[in-house]
Design a binder for this molecule. Structure first.
Ligand SMILES: NC(=O)c1ccc[n+]([C@@H]2O[C@H](COP(=O)([O-])OP(=O)(O)OC[C@H]3O[C@@H](n4cnc5c(N)ncnc54)[C@H](OP(=O)(O)O)[C@@H]3O)[C@@H](O)[C@H]2O)c1
Length: 340
């Protein structure tokens, strides 16, 4: 394996509107030499996450990617060289690796480098057993605190996070309604066992939610924001909870959209709306992983992975999230593991 040349995507400009390849610059540079305590990874899979759009644009819960820096991304890599006592060639790990062929890591307490879970497909570590699974788990269970029989509504329900959150709500004995875009995604959500699904691109969401949630919405797991959030707020049940996980409908907006117009229903219904960031729970992953792993192996927690091949296609793959083109967890496959 030739490790001399490292192909990289650098952030070239702050995005305006939809992310595009023009926001990045492609370069090919020599792979740096390792120092003591470091390991060289060959990137196999890169994770596409809506949050990357925010990292490109501004400081938020993490500093913005600097112009001229390798685009930040989670990923799975294989150790090809190591000068770190805990790593040896052939090991697969998850980490923040960036849009490039090779990443140098300096494992330590704050590096977020973690070994892959054995006995499951490699890509599961990027989705249902990775940050999306943890997001769904802690968002739903810690913020939403679902009770059996409650009605839970999930937006972007066919996606990596939404599909996991919905299935966990099913496992907890809730009645689960998904919202997704288009017949194929709605079909998938039905196959996952959701009690009902609403195609927000083809149906009147307010009317369908009233029909599907006759006792109101106890928990709304919001991945989208915008008018879907308003629709859910207007049907909040007494002591309802709104979990602010994401607002992908507005990540590409240049100016802040109007706030939710039906927010006062939170007061009338003595409700609660609470946001969270999964990184706050990263050090509690060991609480969630055994449950997620068990549900996965028992067939109660299904997932699908949408693979775009080639590092050169990373910008296109990221944009698919905002166009709703991804069917499940969007990843970029950069290389095969050396062991097959
Ligand atoms: N709080 C946290 O720590 C945390 C962590 C991870 C993810 N998140 C959030 O969770 C959400 C889902 O992320 P994911 O990684 O699992 O992605 P995903 O759901 O697998 O993919 C994104 C999906 O969002 C939907 N979407 C895009 N634009 C939309 C629009 N204008 N209106 C309605 N739906 C739209 C599309 O589905 P349709 O085709 O169905 O429209 C698209 O497939 C995002 O908002 C993300 O920021 C938050």
């Amino acid at each position: 394996m030739d490790t001399r040349i490292n192909r990289q995507w650098l952030l070239a400009r702050r995005p305006r509107g939809m992310v595009s390849a023009d926001d990045f610059q492609w370069i090919e540079v020599p792979t740096p030499e390792l120092s003591d305590g470091q390991a060289l990874l060959r990137n196999l899979y890169l994770s596409c996450d809506p949050a990357q759009r925010a990292w490109m644009a501004r400081d938020s819960y993490v500093p913005a990617v600097k112009l001229g820096e390798v685009m930040r991304s989670g990923g799975i890599g294989e150790v090809v060289k190591s000068r770190h006592h805990e790593f040896e060639p052939g090991q697969l790990v998850w980490g923040v690796l960036g849009w490039q062929d090779f990443a140098i890591i300096s494992p330590g307490p704050s590096s977020m480098i973690s070994p892959l879970l054995p006995g499951v497909p490699v890509e599961a570590n990027l989705s249902v057993l990775g940050l999306n699974g943890l997001t769904a788990y802690f968002g739903l269970l810690e913020i939403g605190r679902p009770q059996p029989g409650e009605t839970v509504v999930i937006s972007a329900a066919a996606g990596a996070t939404g599909s996991a959150a919905g299935q966990i709500a099913l496992i907890k004995g809730c009645r689960v309604v998904g919202i997704a875009g288009g017949p194929d995604k709605c079909q998938y959500v039905s196959e996952l066992g959701f009690h009902a699904v609403i195609d927000y691109k083809a149906e009147d969401v307010d009317a369908r939610l009233r029909e599907m949630c006759p006792k109101g919405i106890d928990i709304y797991f919001d991945n989208v924001g915008g008018h879907l959030l308003d629709a859910a707020l207007s049907l909040l049940a007494m002591r309802g909870r709104v979990i602010l996980c994401g607002a992908i409908a507005q990540y590409n907006d240049e100016t802040p959209p109007p706030g939710p117009s039906r927010y006062f229903n939170l007061a009338l219904q003595r409700g609660r709306m609470e946001g969270f960031i999964v990184l706050d729970y990263y050090n509690r992953a060991a609480e969630a992983i055994p449950d997620l792993y068990r549900w996965l192996t028992e067939g109660k927690l299904k997932y699908r992975t949408d693979v775009v091949h080639g590092l050169e296609n990373a910008p296109t793959a990221l944009a698919r999230l905002f166009k709703g083109e991804n069917q499940g967890k969007q990843v970029v496959k950069v290389a095969d593991p050396s062991q097959g």
